[in-house]
Design a protein around this ligand. Structure first.
Ligand SMILES: Cc1cc2nc3c(=O)[nH]c(=O)nc-3n(C[C@H](O)[C@H](O)[C@H](O)COP(=O)(O)O)c2cc1C
Length: 304
């Protein structure tokens, strides 16, 4: 066997392959163009965008830990208008899907953003980050309350025909329950996981290593937990799953697909080795050919 089919379907999008680069770890794409041809990727997800610009959290914002990194960027981003004006045009010249990661502090902000993105050419899908505090409900995080999540997804679904992916927070007791709320709300797909709430202490200064004290843990340290969550969600919903959390190589990606992910995202690995995306893709292809599997879709959920 010399060839295999790598395409996968997520909602209305047909991706040429299942490798996506994750929000917040791939800038606005252009930063990575010197490393490889970005058109090789299944899709690109730029940094999360809010309605208004956000300045983010106080430094330090990144701290390396064993097998991972802690970040407390605080969702710094240029805001909708600036993104459309200065960042979006670059993606229009690429031949890969652009998925917009977006966030808000109220249901109104989420729906307003989704409605605005819906009318802009060049965008294939929306990935809704629900790991944000709802300022109207005393700061409770949207993605930790199934009812609130259901209502939010249903409201956003009404204003966009684009493929709607909802990105789950892993900071919950029952991730399958959250995924079910997302499915019932009408999302096309679910992506997981975002980072785990975590912290680090400097014993000399007796101070936190992050300016914001608490940040999000990502990288290889979280992979076994993320994998377990994808598997649990796969058993609970019928919509496609995009899996991520500590994927560093093709073998990691294949594990996620076998437990039920239709596509995968590369996050922290981009910050360590910018070419990880294409190398994971090559590795998946090699695995398929070596094992005489003619379509990557045949890997999805084969885990028993
Ligand atoms: C520096 C940094 C910034 C991130 N920014 C975002 C973001 O803006 N929106 C979002 O949904 N996820 C964001 N994430 C989470 C990643 O997209 C991904 O879900 C997480 O890091 C787990 O995957 P990984 O272990 O492969 O990094 C960020 C992660 C890192 C490390």
């Amino acid at each position: 066997m010399k060839e295999c089919t790598l395409s996968v379907k997520i909602g209305k999008m047909v991706l040429k392959n299942p490798v996506i680069v994750s929000s917040g770890t791939f800038g606005f794409g252009q930063e990575f163009e010197d490393f490889f041809d970005l058109n090789a990727l299944g899709a690109i997800i730029p940094k999360g965008i809010s309605l208004k610009p956000m300045i983010g959290n106080p430094p330090p914002r990144i701290f390396e830990t064993e097998g991972g990194i802690l970040n407390s960027i605080g969702l710094q981003n240029p805001g909708f208008q600036e993104f459309i004006k200065t960042k979006l045009p670059y993606f229009r010249n690429l031949k890969t899907h652009l998925i917009i990661n977006f966030l808000g502090n109220t249901q109104k902000e989420y729906t307003e953003l989704a409605r605005r993105f819906d009318s802009i050419p060049g965008i294939s899908g929306l990935e809704m980050n629900i790991s944000c505090p709802n300022i109207k409900r005393g700061g409770i995080v949207f993605g930790t309350d199934p009812q609130m999540t259901y209502r939010l997804v249903r409201a956003v679904r009404k204003v966009t025909a684009l493929t709607l992916i909802v990105k789950l927070s892993p900071n919950v007791t029952d991730i399958a329950l959250m995924a079910k709320s997302v499915e019932e709300g009408g999302a096309d797909a679910v992506s997981l996981v975002n980072t785990f709430r975590a912290m680090a202490v400097n014993i000399h200064s007796k101070r936190p290593e992050l300016g914001n004290v608490i940040g999000g843990l990502s990288g290889p340290a979280i992979k076994p937990i993320a994998l377990r969550m994808v598997w649990e969600v796969h058993q609970a919903v019928r919509i496609p799953i995009i899996g991520m959390g500590g994927i560093m190589c093709a073998e990691d990606a294949i594990e996620f697909m076998m437990v039920g992910a239709s596509a995968i995202q590369i996050g922290t690995a981009n910050l360590i080795h910018p070419k990880t995306g294409v190398e994971v893709l090559q590795g998946i292809k090699q695995f398929l050919l070596q094992n005489k599997i003619n379509r990557v879709q045949k890997l999805i959920g084969v885990f028993r």
